[in-house]
Design a protein around this ligand. Structure first.
Ligand SMILES: [Zn+2]
Ligand SMILES: [Zn+2]
Length: 263
């Protein structure tokens, strides 16, 4: 059975410093999810837990106390609305979530690919695709060494533009098949979710092949996938469905490939 696009486990609300749409409230998000026929959604504002030490100064709006201010989330008979977070990883590979917060979160997404945040996630600004590819691998390797509740953890936007602005395909091309197999076999063993939100619509066959290669390898390793639009505005949330369907078709995903939180 074809994978059903019935959920979205990564998006932001006005709590996130990078969300500039005042309409991106939990109430409007829920309404929009319902219109898109979604059954389960998870709010994932940026988090750096105030109880986790870091040499980096994170935005005060990323504190757990700040992201918790949305609670209780509105609910609906047709849509389950979960409370999650996008927990960052600093340049010492510490993940910004404490055990106490983890217990209160339904789900976390961890971006190993926020390589654009020089001084935060990487010490210095990345200059070349080779350097970006190196950190792409190291940060994912380091994440997989952690002791995390993998059944409620996802790895965010692995092929996003943050890996190198305007040059992400060049970076992805540098990732070796064998290295990817090794990493995704570990992901599969742990049962961590792999996020899907890369833009595949309107790409040429050649461009599509580049961006999809890591995901085909992940699928081959038995990884499970979830959809996460990473929307920061209502318009993006509304328009996410068409691209989700294109990803599902492109990767030929079945319901058995779906990551279910907590399963
Ligand atoms: Zn992100
Ligand atoms: Zn995000």
């Amino acid at each position: 059975m074809r994978y059903i696009a019935d959920h979205d486990f990564h998006f932001h609300s006005t709590i996130s410093p990078c969300c500039h749409d005042e309409n991106q409230t939990p109430e409007n998000i829920l309404k929009c999810a319902k219109e898109n026929g979604l059954k389960k959604i998870c709010l994932t504002n940026h988090l750096w837990d105030e109880n986790v030490k870091s040499p980096v100064e994170w935005h005060p709006k990323q504190r757990f106390s700040s992201i918790s201010s949305v609670l209780p989330l509105p609910q609906d008979d047709e849509v389950e609305f979960l409370f999650g977070a996008e927990a960052d990883m600093d340049y010492e590979y510490t993940v910004g979530v404490s055990e106490e917060s983890l217990a209160k979160l339904d789900f976390i997404v961890i971006p190993t690919t926020h390589l654009h945040l020089a001084g935060h996630t990487v010490r210095e600004k990345i200059q070349t695709p080779e350097e970006a590819a190196k950190y792409w691998v190291i940060r994912l390797e380091e994440l997989l060494k952690k002791d995390l509740p993998w059944h409620k953890t996802g790895i965010a936007h692995l092929t996003c533009n943050h890996i190198m602005k305007g040059r992400a395909p060049e970076v992805i091309k540098l990732l070796d098949d064998k290295v990817l197999y090794n990493l995704f076999e570990k992901c599969s063993e742990k049962g961590v979710g792999i996020e899907l939100n890369m833009k595949t619509l309107n790409l040429s066959q050649e461009e599509k092949a580049i961006v999809l290669r890591p995901y085909f390898i992940a699928k081959d390793c038995g990884c499970k996938f979830y959809l996460g639009s990473d929307s920061h505005k209502i318009e993006a949330l509304k328009n996410s469905k068409e691209n989700f369907e294109d990803i599902i078709t492109s990767l030929d995903l079945k319901e058995s490939d779906k990551f279910l939180i907590g399963k």
